[in-house]
Design a protein around this ligand. Structure first.
Ligand SMILES: C[S@@+](CC[C@H](N)C(=O)[O-])C[C@H]1O[C@@H](n2cnc3c(N)ncnc32)[C@H](O)[C@@H]1O
Length: 195
């Protein structure tokens, strides 16, 4: 059984600027927010980080995509495409080698089966440009009074091994993301690039 959190947002406990600053965006990138939820990261990226860029917000929950569509329409945003899709099955409307920066925030831990993890990373590999970056931010594997259970949290080392198997190498790791928990910070961000 996969672990799912349709429509949950990290906005209450993770600061969008803290996350987006880690990505060193120049402002003209094609960005993909996979498992965008309420889209608080996509919206912030469009407002403050990507004046000449483009955002794909992807989620498999129709409610999340409907809300993003209303946001796009109400604010007349042209450089945003919202896509309802299951990343493990593929985002077929987006071409190969078209994304500069892909972010997956608090989503990867939901893929608990090896076959799904492999399918997700394969799809990332198809979507990302050769010089692009994949940023995975997720819960550190420590007990917390909120968030996913400890058993399904994936350590940065575990992720690195999975991505290495698909031809990616780690280019950056910060294990001091999110609020302090008493056992270090709640989150890490790890960035991969094609080898
Ligand atoms: C815990 S929420 C995080 C939302 C957002 N990234 C944030 O941090 O605020 C996980 C999101 O991933 C979406 N999701 C889960 N599995 C997915 C899949 N296979 N493909 C696309 N989106 C998925 C859920 O619908 C949900 O909106």
């Amino acid at each position: 059984m996969e672990h799912r959190h349709h429509g949950k947002s990290s906005a209450k406990f993770l600061d969008s600027d803290e996350i987006l600053n880690e990505l060193n965006l120049k402002g003209n990138e094609v960005f993909m927010d996979v498992g965008c939820g309420d889209g608080y990261i996509s919206k912030k990226a469009l407002q403050d980080y990507l004046p000449d860029g483009f955002v794909y917000a992807v989620d498999n929950y129709d409610g999340a995509i409907k809300e993003m569509e209303s946001y796009k329409k109400d604010n007349s945003i042209e450089n945003l495409i919202n896509i309802e899709a299951d990343i493990s099955k593929g985002v077929s409307s987006v071409e190969d080698n078209s994304i500069d920066v892909l972010l997956m925030l608090n989503v990867f831990h939901g893929f608990t089966e090896d076959s799904h993890r492999d399918a997700v990373i394969k799809e990332f590999s198809r979507l990302i440009k050769n010089e692009g970056k994949i940023a995975i931010m997720d819960f550190r594997p420590i007990e917390l009074p909120f968030g996913p259970s400890l058993e399904i949290k994936c350590s940065p080392e575990e992720l690195e091994e999975l991505f290495n198997n698909h031809g990616f190498k780690k280019s950056y790791l910060n294990e001091e993301m999110g609020p302090e928990s008493g056992e270090g910070n709640t989150h890490y961000i790890i960035i991969f690039e094609k080898e």
